[in-house]
Structures are given as C-alpha cells and as structure tokens.
Design a protein around this ligand. Structure first.
Ligand code: ADE
Length: 435
C-alpha cells in the first residue's frame, strides 16, 4: 500500500498550509537547500511516527530533498491535519494517517511504516521504536498484533536500522527505560534534550499552542480565572507563565520539591491537587504521568470546571474515573465534552483528554517547530554520517548542531550578537588570572 489518508482532494489546501509553514521555518529551509545539494540520504528510507502537521510536512520535504524515501504515520490518533496528509501523499510520501483513527488503525499504520524497512526512525512519543522492539522481542500485545498484521509475515527489519531520533520528553523517558533494561537495539538521538528544542518548543511552543487550543475550543475569558497547572517542567513553566500573562490567578501542583520551590519563587501559588481541585476553574496537565487528576479530585471540583491535557498521552486525566463518576455525557461544542457527575456538577473535558494544542488547535507555531525540526534533520544526518560507530543508547544532540541551529535562527531573525575578544577568551580559559 502506498498511502492511506482521509481525502486526497484536500491536497491543494494542504500544499498552501505547507507553503505558509515554509515561510515561517527559515532555518529548516536553509538546511533543505544544503540537503538538495549534498543528498545525504540518497536511497535511504526514513520511517517517521510524528504528528502529521504542516510543520512535519516541511521536515518530511526536507528529508526528501536530501534523497530520502519517507514513510509516515501519526503519533496521535487525533492530531493529523488531513489536508497536509493528502498533500504529502500527492508528493509521494507513504503516509498512513487521518484524524480520528481508531487504536487498531493507529497501530496498523505503524505496521505499514515498519513494512518500508526504515534505515532511520523518527518518533514523537516512542510508539514506533517501542512497537518495533516489542515485535522483534516476541512481546505480544493487542497493539503489536495490529502492527504485525499490517506489516505482514516478513522478517522484522530492526537490524537494518542505523539509528533513530525522539522528539518529546515522554518518548525520551521510555527510551531511557529501554536502555536501562538493556533492550535498546540501536542508537537514538534525544532531540527533545537539545537546548534549541526544550527551551523553546516545550516552553514557548506548548504554552502558546495550549492556550490556542483551549481558546479555540471554549472561547472563555482567562483573565481572573484560577488556572491550575499540573507539572512545572519546561511545558508547565511555559503554560504557567502565559496563563499569568493572560491575567489568570495561577496555581501550580508538583511532586518535585525543587520544581515546586522554583514555582513559588516565580510567583505562583503551590499546593496539592486535592486542594487545587476545590478552587480551580481551568486545569491543565503537563506532567507526563498517569492519573494526575482522578476520582478524588473530580469529586471536589466546582461546577463548570474545564479540564485540558498538554502532556503527550491521554493518561493524565483519568478518563475511566470521569466516566464512572458521571451519569450523562454529551458534546457541547467541538472538542468540548460535558460530563454530568452523579453529584450534579458539570465538568468539561477538552479534546478527549488528548493533547489539547494539537487536537483543538494546530500544535506549536511553525517558528518554534523550525528549531525542533532543524535539530531533527541535522540529527538524522549525524546518524547517517556516524553509522556503526554509535552505541545503542540514548544520545544527546551534538553541541555543534544545537549551536548551529541557534545561530541560524538568530541570523534569520536579523539579530547579531557579540563575539569574545581574544583577551576575553583567554581569561575564560585560565585559572591563573584572578580578580
Ligand atoms: N508537536 C507540537 N506541535 C507540533 C507541530 N506543529 N507539528 C508537529 N509536531 C508538533
């Protein structure tokens, strides 16, 4: 099968969206020009499991400009932009993604991508790499069965893989667990951990796109509301900062004492979720962990509270608890489900508890994905150039890539910076000179 998308006639609209993103991703476009000349991926297959957005399309086109054949599936069943998927199919990408895929279809799509026998894998959340590893280790689960059925009866291609990249915090945590258990079969570059990724994408990207999603879904006023942010990692920090900027009274919940202290010193109220539950108007989870908002919290919430998740998986708000506490449920507007609890209170869940920024809005803005995906593109090139010499571990993005991406972005923004003088360089590198 070459591709599977919702509607190929959407392609024209998709091309225009991609063009718009290209205008706002100057660093990746510079890298594309370089790849067009040097063709670092000639004849290689890149298998990608990413949110199928206009920004991802710019990355995919860049890899293709470098000579790659790309097979792409979605990293979330609800985040695919169908116009973009159609445009990519028209460009010859083996894309298997549409908004609203079932769990079975989601894993079948991963199986189709595996079927192209990738030389390099790209993940956002590690579903492709974990499915490939589970299948090759004979670990059986519903998901693996769906993927293998789609893949067919051939030998699994895991030995062919040179390496992979991972886009997000949740995926890196899963990969580190694989490394610890000694099962990781090929090197993976943790793109998430580049400075030019997490300091910008996780903080400014998640913050803006999360509010974009909440506002598109609800159109409620943020000023004056009590916004409860669960988790004060880079995403939570950004969300809390933007909530404050919009005039909200912000509460942070944390389990890590250092992050909790930082939140206090940043000027936020910090308290356990059980207390925040009673006073919050809007709850936003960004922890990467399960059941952060659960039964005992729902029971204490005010009538009308809004629940949104900005973490990778739909596990942070306990959907099973919400269902079991409710006597009725209906869609009140797109991306807003009203749950009427047996105690009579109404809670509003956005985007089925999945990433609100990608489901109710368009994900991070192109300008920020320019940084993240430039790291992706250069990391793929690094993996190809270092094939066979990297251990099957989680690797950091090389510092030269990180620095190059920052410099290219500054240049694209027309911003110049100072350089160290020879005297200053010397001062920084010696212990002999003092005050
Ligand atoms: N993750 C968050 N925002 C994204 C976007 N716009 N494209 C791809 N992945 C994303």
């Amino acid at each position: 099968m070459d591709y599977k998308v919702k509607d190929l006639s959407l392609a024209e609209k998709g091309h225009r969206l991609i063009e718009w993103a290209e205008h706002h991703m100057p660093v990746l476009m510079t890298i594309r020009e370089e790849f067009e000349k040097t063709k670092p991926f000639r004849g290689m297959v890149v298998g990608a499991c990413l949110h199928v957005t206009k920004e991802t399309a710019v990355l995919v086109k860049t890899l293709m400009a470098g000579g790659a054949i790309v097979a792409l599936c979605a990293s979330n069943p609800l985040s695919t932009q169908d116009e973009v998927a159609a445009a990519l199919a028209e460009l010859g990408v083996h894309v298997f993604a549409w908004r609203g895929m079932s769990a079975r279809e989601y894993y079948e799509a991963i199986g189709y991508v595996m079927g192209y026998e990738p030389d390099v894998t790209l993940d956002d959340g590690a579903d492709l790499v974990t499915t490939l590893h589970k299948a090759s280790m004979g670990i059986s689960s519903e998901e693996v069965k769906y993927a293998l059925a789609a893949y067919g009866q051939r030998e699994l291609p895991i030995d062919k893989v040179i390496g992979g990249t991972e886009e997000t915090t949740t995926g890196v945590l899963r990969l580190r667990a694989m490394e610890r258990d000694g099962v990781l079969r090929y090197p993976i570059i943790a793109v998430n951990n580049a400075h030019t990724k997490y300091l910008f994408d996780n903080r400014y990207g998640t913050a803006q796109s999360t509010f974009d999603g909440i506002l598109r879904a609800t159109n409620v006023l943020i000023a004056g509301k009590r916004v409860v942010v669960a988790g004060y990692g880079w995403c939570g920090r950004g969300i809390a900062m933007r909530a404050k900027g919009l005039g909200a009274r912000v509460i942070v919940t944390e389990v890590d004492p250092l992050k909790a202290l930082e939140a206090v010193m940043d000027g936020f109220e910090v308290m356990p979720m059980i207390k925040a539950a009673e006073i919050g108007d809007i709850f936003i989870t960004a922890t990467g962990d399960i059941n952060v908002i659960r039964r005992e919290h729902f029971l204490r919430m005010k009538d009308g509270a809004i629940l949104a998740n900005a973490g990778h998986f739909n596990v942070e708000i306990s959907l099973s608890d919400l269902e079991s506490l409710s006597k009725a449920k209906r869609e009140i507007r797109p991306n807003v489900t009203e749950y009427v609890l047996k105690n009579g209170k109404r809670l509003y869940l956005l985007s089925e508890g999945r990433l609100v920024n990608l489901v109710a809005a368009e994900g991070h803005p192109s300008e920020v994905m320019d940084l993240s995906f430039s790291n992706q593109a250069l990391s793929v090139k690094y993996l190809v150039e270092h094939r066979g010499s990297l251990k099957p571990m989680v690797h950091n993005v090389p510092a030269e890539i990180d620095e190059r991406v920052a410099l290219l972005k500054l240049k694209a923004m027309g911003i110049e910076i100072d350089e160290l003088t020879e005297e200053q360089r010397k001062y920084l590198s010696t212990w002999l000179m003092g005050t």
